[in-house]
Design a protein around this ligand. Sequence first.
Ligand code: NAP
Length: 352
Amino acid sequence: MQTEPQNQPWIRREPLIIIGSGPAAWTAAVYAARANLNPVVYEGEASREMIPGGQLMFTTDIENFPGFPEGIGGQELMERMRAQAIRFGTRVVSENITTVDFSHHPHRFVTSGGSEVRALASIVATGARANWLGLSNEERLARSGGGVSACAVCDGALPFFRDKRLFVAGGGDSAMEEATYLSKYASEVVIVHRRDAFRASKVMVDRALANPKIRVQWNTRILDVLGDDFITGLRVEDTATGCPADLEGSGLFVAIGHTPNTEFLRGQIALSPSGYVETPSPWRTCTSVPGVFAAGDVMDAYYRQAITAAGTGCMAALEAERWLAHHHVPGAEPPMLETVDAPTLLERESGV
Ligand code: NAP
């Protein structure tokens, strides 16, 4: 890794930048700001596919985030987390980070506004996006709380879905897991799969198929989601015969995989085969690049919950604080936790 002289006043140089705007990013910002790391959050800019705030901006009621016994709207939760981060001095920039260069230290970032930023440490918390079938009514009803969702654990227990026939789209482990979870609340769960075989693991398929509330609609492509304000069913097509049909039901859970938002990191940091940022040490958020930490769904293909994202955001901020303190960054306070294993840049470069 190359280091560079510090006297380049025309380029902003930050101690810590946080990329993202979901629960992981805002929690990291709260912790970092309270530790006097003067963080700046690049929260992203609104586009057709994405709005700052991440996936919770598309969630109506959140009933499983501790501290809100009556539940809380996803947007409101994100606004409150953002306000809490700002209250402690977090600066917020409504731009995307489009390019990174981790081969130099301080690390280099280019924003969608064309600015270049350098940072001594960074936390990647850009999340993952649920894959959707790409049907216009699906998107509309997911945004309006009309009975279409991509997270059974988040939404399945809502009164709206209780004792109803619900559909799950997909044939992987997520579809099996969502169907099994939903069967606790629904009168019937129908897994709608486009082929005649599941790709899910045998143990999860066996558990789903043994459940008397779950049945499978094989060889079925979903053509449309029916209903104006609320879903009333699906228009489907038999992939073998081409015959269309309408199926009645009161909910659709799309479980056809997730895509982590890591395109801008390709070639700069170790990613898993499915594109998630790798954090090689268990219960740690450090990545393959010294000084770069990852938190939330961008590094977690397994739990994918708001509360786990917030938890890893806290962990990333504490690790960044320790890392910066270990590298004698001016202004950084003594770390809350002692660093035992973070080598200094000098040590890394000299192979000590
Ligand atoms: P996945 O394994 O990629 O499965 C996606 C499923 O969605 C496939 O059955 C696929 O159909 C279907 N699909 C994809 N695009 C579609 C489309 N446009 N229209 C209709 N169907 C479509 O994704 P996943 O189930 O989310 O699992 C991701 C990873 O997480 C896997 O490694 C999985 O093992 C892991 N996971 C593990 C657990 C667990 O162990 N508890 C739980 C959840 C996930 P085809 O089969 O026809 O391609």
